[in-house]
Design a binder for this molecule. Structure first.
Ligand code: NAD
Length: 351
């Protein structure tokens, strides 16, 4: 079997997780790692003695690797991705794809022109629990989707160059696009910088997205919360569900709802229309999402037939193309406008 030769640029918090997965993948060959920090390189070489390490990412780009994964701060994604593509490398760029829509489009256009694979690290699109939620919505089990509520909070990790929305909301936005299979029409956002007043970097943000069909989605992201929470509630006309990424039972389906009776003369009659049916734990066959993401990246490189422009359900292997990354950056850019303008509604115009 051909093993795709891979380099990882950026070995801080996330890069080593990518390196581990590429190292373990039978279809990949982790050849190079790069970071400015010698302590991080020393750590990587301890883990993977056969892998070349450098402080200069240009060495990786000049090497015979076929693909690079970029796990550096967002402000560097555009420059590194463009240089990697120009050097003929397929790219997996961590989320968010870039700091602006213009940069994100630059990356996707360049990848198309060079005929190279460009993927974005929307890890949750490969999360088996998220895909169970997606299947349940698509099957109609929940009925018409009314609204979705997502909470992603913890104490830290504060980022120096981006606010909490750019750090955490890419996860929830990519999940929403993935499970609903549609794009939002407008977004609004409010937030605050409590601890970092001087820099004005928001530590908490509330976003509201409106999707076609009157679906509302509300996101709360924070670096200032006492309890780590990663929970999404989906409320439909027939059933409801809760997806809790840090619980053992990740997806629970609630046969709850309310049917408006054809007529009701008394409050009691109205209450009777509430349905409190059983709750069911939805089985999820767990595999590490990042393993699936790395496998998908290598799969796209090795099999051009597997590549697709849009995320499609039948084609799980290539659902986090950089084009999806552009959508997420566009939503974030509009949300940032709203954040700066006191929470006004901003149109998204993704089509
Ligand atoms: N998919 C996920 O679930 C997930 C989770 C965490 C972080 N991320 C993303 O991963 C990226 C990195 O985040 P992190 O938390 O690992 O940051 P980090 O600050 O811990 O690590 C970044 C590393 O990149 C290195 N670096 C910066 N510029 C470089 C360059 N030009 N050449 C070589 N090395 C360079 C830095 O020295 C640092 O060690 C971000 O885009 C972040 O959003 C994704």
């Amino acid at each position: 079997m051909h093993k795709t030769k891979i380099g990882v640029i950026g070995c801080g918090y996330w890069g080593p997780k990518l390196a581990r997965n590429f190292h373990e993948l039978p279809s990949a060959d982790l050849r190079w790692v790069a970071d400015f920090r010698t302590d991080r390189l020393a750590h990587m070489q301890e883990l993977y003695p056969g892998v070349a390490a450098t402080r200069d990412y240009q060495e990786v780009l000049a090497s015979d690797v076929e693909a690079v994964a970029i796990a550096t701060p967002v402000s560097t994604h555009h420059q590194l991705a463009m240089q990697a593509l120009a050097a003929g490398k397929h790219i997996l760029v961590e989320k968010p794809l870039a700091a602006t829509v213009a940069q994100a489009l630059d990356i996707t256009d360049a990848a198309d022109n060079y005929g190279l694979v460009a993927m974005v690290g929307h890890t949750f699109q490969y999360n088996p629990a998220v895909n169970r939620v997606r299947d349940l919505i698509a099957s109609g089990e929940l009925g018409q989707i009314y609204y979705i509520n997502a909470t992603r909070v913890n104490l830290g990790l504060f980022q120096p160059d981006i606010n909490v929305m750019w750090d955490l909301a890419p996860h929830d936005i990519s999940i929403l696009l993935h499970i609903l299979g549609t794009d939002p029409c407008e977004v609004s956002a409010q937030g605050e910088a409590y601890v970092q007043k001087r820099t004005g970097i928001h530590e908490v943000a509330y976003l509201t997205l409106r999707f076609p069909g009157d679906i509302l989605a509300s996101l709360r992201v924070s670096w200032l919360d006492p309890v780590k929470t990663r929970r999404i509630t989906v409320v439909g006309s027939k059933k409801m569900l809760v997806y809790d990424d840090i619980a053992d039972t990740k997806v629970v389906l609630y046969d709850k709802g309310v049917e408006v009776p054809p007529y009701s003369d008394t409050p009691q009659e109205f209450y009777l229309s509430y349905r409190h049916g059983p709750e069911t734990v939805v089985p999820v066959r767990w595999e590490e999402p990042l393993h699936l993401e790395c496998r998908a990246f290598v799969g796209c490189i090795q099999d051009p037939q597997a590549r697709c422009v849009r995320c499609s359900r039948r084609d799980q292997v290539s659902c986090s193309t950089a084009r999806v990354g552009v959508k997420v950056v566009r939503i974030l850019e509009q949300a940032q406008k709203s954040l700066m303008n006191g929470g006004g509604r901003e149109l998204i115009g993704l089509r």
